[in-house]
Design a protein around this ligand. Structure first.
Ligand SMILES: Cc1cc2nc3c(=O)[nH]c(=O)nc-3n(C[C@H](O)[C@H](O)[C@H](O)COP(=O)(O)OP(=O)(O)OC[C@H]3O[C@@H](n4cnc5c(N)ncnc54)[C@H](O)[C@@H]3O)c2cc1C
Length: 379
């Protein structure tokens, strides 16, 4: 693995940093306080070609490698984790499965507008009784003539209230008697599909999270992704891609916590000297700097394997696990470095700490990542 970024990757990092400074940083506090989805920023990201970075140009994407994409997610998340996540869930959990498992017609009709940023995607897998235990889902799909009829309730769907295209999963009774989890595409405003409860969250408040409810929702027979029974495989593969995005998001959050901690500790005077002159504070900051670098390398190494066409499932889980726990640990420390001021609303470190927590939960909890890693190393 080459530790040197290419010229293109450096340029992408600089461009995304500039984008973040110009369009995201100025509204980050407001969209968090008001739980407002930054539709205007997502539109600009689409216009700039950022919403389909690893998707080939023939399907409306930018045709970059996965590492370049992860660098962009990190930079965007540095300014606003919710905006970085919107880009990540759209790309990793919606565009990627359509690219890898969709047929040519689906790539033209659904993937292309998604990758161009004209449409926004959502991934509806989780159900009230089926979180980590995906197989406990109870949603069903029954073929009736030329249509699938979907029934079930999905919960915690990111982009749920604002998406145009939904990837969802339901059990299909197979002719041979078994049941097959199957993946479907549901366009917004399909009759029988509605957005249910919207969730108010601890952090990541600019990202919109809701239930998606299917009640005799009819979609064309052709809206199946892959084959009947491919659903679990598609979901797990999507998570491999998505987890790299969450790892990059967590690295962005931790880097922001580090930069805030350095700046504040150098200017905050107590006992007639900056608090950065105390060894306790220095050690916290040294640990932050070390672990954010380690989290970034793990994330890049998962990207490297993905870009080489090699298996990267274990490495994506390791990157997500380490980067998420790292972001939680160090955003708590950043609040400590700020003292009482860190506990006050509007302070960046306060938002970073609330945003960091979700990276340990979604796209598989830290415990679920450990299951994936243990399953691989104990084979
Ligand atoms: C803000 C937000 C956005 C989300 N976005 C999406 C989305 O876009 N699409 C989507 O489909 N889902 C989404 N989710 C759902 C998310 O992926 C789940 O919340 C997550 O997978 C955990 O499921 P659960 O909440 O049901 O927890 P549970 O599965 O009930 O787990 C509860 C606790 O038990 C632990 N646990 C469970 N089983 C085991 C085990 N076998 N061994 C050890 N520990 C175990 C878990 O690690 C956790 O600590 C989102 C969730 C949130 C909060």
């Amino acid at each position: 693995m080459d530790f040197q970024l290419t010229e293109e990757q450096v340029l992408v990092r600089e461009n995304m940093r500039e984008f973040g400074k110009t369009y995201v940083d100025p509204i980050a506090v407001e969209i968090d306080e008001n739980s407002r989805f930054p539709a205007e920023v997502i539109q600009k990201l689409g216009e700039g070609g950022w919403m389909g970075m690893p998707i080939p140009q023939e399907y409306g994407g930018a045709g970059t490698d996965y590492l370049t994409y992860a660098i962009a997610v990190e930079e965007l998340s540095y300014f606003c984790a919710a905006t970085g996540f919107t880009m990540s869930v759209h790309t990793g959990l919606v565009c990627m499965p359509l690219l890898l498992f969709g047929n040519e017609g689906q790539k033209k009709q659904y993937l292309t507008p998604l990758a161009k940023g004209e449409h926004l995607g959502a991934f509806a897998l989780t159900e009230p009784g089926a979180g980590t235990d995906v197989g406990a889902a109870t949603s069903t799909a029954v073929l009736d003539g030329d249509e699938w009829v979907l029934n079930g309730t999905k919960t915690f769907c990111s982009n749920g209230p604002v998406a145009d295209t939904y990837i969802t999963f339901a059990w299909v009774e197979k002719e041979e008697g078994g049941r097959g989890m199957t993946c479907f595409i549901v366009p917004k405003e399909t009759a029988g599909m509605r957005v249910g409860a919207h969730f108010a969250k601890m952090g990541l408040r600019a990202s919109q999270t809701s239930e998606i409810i299917f009640k005799d929702c009819r979609i064309p027979k052709d809206n199946i992704v892959g084959k009947v029974g491919d659903g679990l495989k598609i979901a797990m593969n999507s998570f491999d891609h998505g987890r790299i995005g969450i790892a990059a998001q967590a690295v962005g959050i931790t880097q922001a916590a580090l930069d805030e901690s350095i700046a504040y500790s150098k200017q905050r005077i107590q006992f007639n000297k900056p608090i950065s002159k105390n060894q306790a504070v220095q050690w916290w900051i040294a640990d932050m700097a070390t672990e954010v670098a380690a989290a970034r390398y793990l994330t890049h190494s998962a990207c490297y394997l993905k870009d080489q066409g090699k298996s990267f499932s274990k490495e994506a889980a390791m990157a997500k696990l380490f980067a998420a726990e790292c972001s939680m640990r160090h955003t708590v420390k950043a609040v400590q470095i700020y003292g009482g001021y860190g506990y006050i609303k509007g302070q960046k470190v306060e938002r970073l700490m609330r945003d960091a927590k979700i990276t340990e939960i979604y796209e598989g909890t830290s415990e679920a990542q450990r299951m994936v890693i243990a399953g691989n190393v104990l084979r």
